[in-house]
Design a protein around this ligand. Structure first.
Ligand SMILES: [Zn+2]
Length: 443
């Protein structure tokens, strides 16, 4: 439930802060117009949800959410089905591994990912690249934007007033935009700059050193294209990811030591350096629908435990947005974004993250084959070291991600570990080394 007055999320029907009646945030639905061949975004309870705003024809329920499939990803899928360019003129969308071509769906499974070697796919992509035009894609997208104008304006207006309201209690220099190079933080930063008409806000880029090369390229482009923005990079220059892996074993879902060491640690450190005793407000691109664990977050958080730094308030203007809202904003406002999404990644985080899905792993074997191979070889070596009898299977089936405890690694057993919550994923207990992770350690 949502209190419009306090701009705060609560489980109660009456706001515990101001006592006013809270509102239920209706679920997004994606409908499909066969005439216009595009998705129409609707609220579950709206009276006109089955009517296409462009042609007035019927727009039937299609899915709970959709993401844009760019021509690069479309070609890759076509290659997996031995039909290069078959959908060149079609309106193609997706939700996880379910693809929608002109409103008809099919699913991609691990069987498709394993059908051809990465070399074969890389060659095919190259062979068809010059014919893989954006012309029809662009036509579908402009119709999609036209059909969803009203939704876009509603989202923008609501986000702008949320941002202005939250920012009104802080001097501009105490406002920070958390920038990861992902689509959500791209939209959040753009909304904040426009809502406040303030191009010189501080952007903090958390470079984990484990970013996709395309994320680094995008961050550089962002910096060049936004010369007035104050851009600070948080990075752990002291430790090398592979060295730490040698020492204590690779990260696993329940042992994501990498998050505090390479992401939240450096960001917290930079915030402490610049704002030690000040109250700060961070605009952060977290969304309620992103994952089960994230849905425990509120739109505004100022609990020191969950935000990890004293005197920091964290607020997300896009808290209720669906994936399709994010794409509607990026494409409708015509803003730059990370090219990794064109390739088919639906999240851009660390390439080695044990939470990455199978598609991300498959994409990395094609688009960053050297890094992929190096990591796979490391994991196989590690599996042998801890006595796995079928190291290749252990690695390729993703069993390494489920590892618990020290599991045969001497150094990891020696290190006293304590739990801490990773800011991104509340559920996973992240092991944090009990070595001094203080300022000097992370310089
Ligand atoms: Zn229509």
């Amino acid at each position: 439930m949502w209190c419009e007055k306090c701009k705060h999320d609560t489980p109660h029907s009456v706001c515990e802060l101001c006592g006013s009646k809270t509102e239920y945030e209706p679920t997004t639905e994606v409908h499909w117009c066969c005439n216009c061949n595009i998705p129409v975004i609707r609220m579950e309870n709206s009276a006109d949800r089955d009517i296409c705003p462009i042609c007035g024809g019927e727009a039937k329920y299609l899915a709970s959410d959709l993401r844009t499939v760019f021509p690069e990803e479309r070609l890759l899928i076509e290659i997996l089905f031995d039909k290069p360019l078959a959908y060149l003129h079609d309106s193609v969308w997706a939700n996880n591994n379910r693809y929608y071509v002109n409103g008809k769906s099919f699913t991609i499974s691990s069987k498709h990912f394993k059908k051809f070697s990465p070399e074969y796919i890389i060659n095919k992509l190259e062979e068809y690249r010059s014919q893989n035009s954006y012309a029809d894609f662009d036509k579908h997208i402009s119709r999609f934007i036209e059909a969803n104008q009203e939704r876009l304006h509603y989202r923008i207006d609501e986000a702008h007033s949320f941002i202005r309201q939250e920012a009104s209690n802080y001097p501009t220099e105490n406002i920070v935009l958390s920038f990861s190079g992902g689509k959500d933080s791209t939209v959040t930063a753009d909304l904040a700059v426009k809502a406040m008409s303030e191009p010189s806000l501080v952007h903090i880029f958390g470079n984990t050193t484990l970013e996709f090369p395309l994320t680094i390229k995008y961050a550089e482009r962002f910096r060049n294209d936004n010369p007035l923005a104050i851009f600070r990079t948080a990075i752990n220059r002291e430790q090398n990811f592979y060295d730490v892996c040698e020492d204590i074993g690779p990260p696993a879902r329940m042992m994501r030591w990498c998050c505090s060491m390479f992401k939240t640690g450096p960001i917290t450190r930079i915030l402490n350096r610049y704002y030690r005793d000040k109250n700060i407000l961070t605009f952060y691109g977290i969304r309620k629908c992103e994952s089960v664990s994230r849905s425990k977050y509120n739109r505004v958080e100022d609990n020191a435990e969950s935000v990890k730094i004293q005197k920091q308030k964290v607020a997300s203007p896009i808290f209720y947005w669906a994936d399709i809202d994010i794409w509607l904003y990026i494409l409708g406002e015509n803003i730059d974004f990370n090219d990794a999404y064109r390739l088919g990644y639906d999240r851009v985080g660390c390439w080695c993250c044990p939470n990455n899905n199978e598609r991300a792993q498959f994409l990395s074997s094609i688009y960053m084959p050297e890094q992929y191979q190096k990591w796979r070889e490391f994991l196989i070596g590690f599996a042998k070291r801890i006595g796995k009898l079928d190291p290749e299977v252990y690695v390729d089936t993703g069993k390494w991600k489920a590892r618990q405890g020290g599991n045969g690694v001497k150094a990891a057993e020696d290190v006293k570990i304590r739990y801490t919550n990773c800011t991104a994923e509340d559920h996973a207990k992240v092991y944090r080394l009990n070595r001094p992770m203080d300022d000097e350690f992370l310089v």
